[in-house]
Write a protein that binds this ligand. Structure first.
Ligand code: 6PG
Length: 232
């Protein structure tokens, strides 16, 4: 099955610079259009090098116009080695002049439902201010798990069935199991979703996702598009 017209694959031997260029260009266009760049960060390990390279280009974006969200978070404190926030803070957020209020950290250290609702309220306030039915990321970065999961939407999870809420608690086989994740409604409200993968061992999973398999293969922005940026 061919990907639909809204899905494309970009293979690159320059994964990190290409990913940084994509973030910067998308951000500049968003800020020119609306004065704001709503950027969702992926967790896991792959993005760390991209975020660090982006931080080296501090002046590439007006960071006071950038709003940061997290596609998922592990239910651990922000200084825990497994925290997606910690990874983003160390590689990027501590290196650029982004106002603290622009970073919508999911507080993994508090009761899960409370953390999800707290972040949901922050997104809803921005969406209401912008006249949106649902918060729309300009760019949402996602990873691809070896079982085809993305964010913390794992195969067989009840979280895959959520059709109303934007952020919910979830569990998964990838440790740590307790997480909080974006749902398909929020993901699919994005203008651009970019999957970052830089591991040839994920090629088979990528092919499966392009055929609509796995949770990652079910990402289908209503008005936006999907780009798979695959390092080779
Ligand atoms: C998480 C991530 C998860 C990740 C993939 C890929 O919190 O674990 O959000 O979805 O993006 O598992 O992880 P790697 O980049 O480490 O392969």
């Amino acid at each position: 099955m061919q990907p639909d017209l809204k899905t494309s694959v970009q293979r690159t031997s320059q994964f990190i610079p290409d990913a940084v260029a994509l973030i910067v260009e998308t951000g500049r266009q968003a800020i020119a259009r609306s004065g704001l760049f709503r950027l969702g960060l992926a967790g896991g390990n792959t993005p760390r090098a991209v975020y660090a390279a982006l931080a080296q280009q501090t002046d590439a974006l007006p960071w006071d116009r950038v709003q940061i969200t997290f596609g998922d978070e592990r239910c651990v404190p922000p200084d825990h080695a497994d925290s997606n926030y910690r990874m983003a803070y160390e590689s990027l957020l501590s290196q650029v002049p982004i106002p603290e209020g622009n970073v919508f950290r999911i507080r993994g250290e508090i009761p899960h439902e409370e953390a999800a609702l707290e972040c949901e309220a922050r997104l809803a306030a921005v969406a209401a201010r912008l006249g949106e039915e649902r918060y729309a990321h300009d760019l949402l970065l996602l990873g691809l798990g070896e079982d085809g999961h993305t964010a913390s939407l794992f195969p067989g999870s009840p979280a895959l069935e959520e059709t109303v809420r934007n952020i919910i608690p979830a569990t998964g086989p990838k440790p740590p199991p307790q997480r909080i994740t974006f749902t398909f409604p929020l993901i699919n409200a994005s203008n651009l979703v970019v999957f970052l993968l830089n591991d040839p061992k994920k090629e088979a999973i990528l092919q499966g996702a392009l055929q609509g398999k796995f949770p990652s293969g079910k990402v289908a922005p209503t008005h936006g598009r999907v780009l798979w940026l695959a390092g080779e």
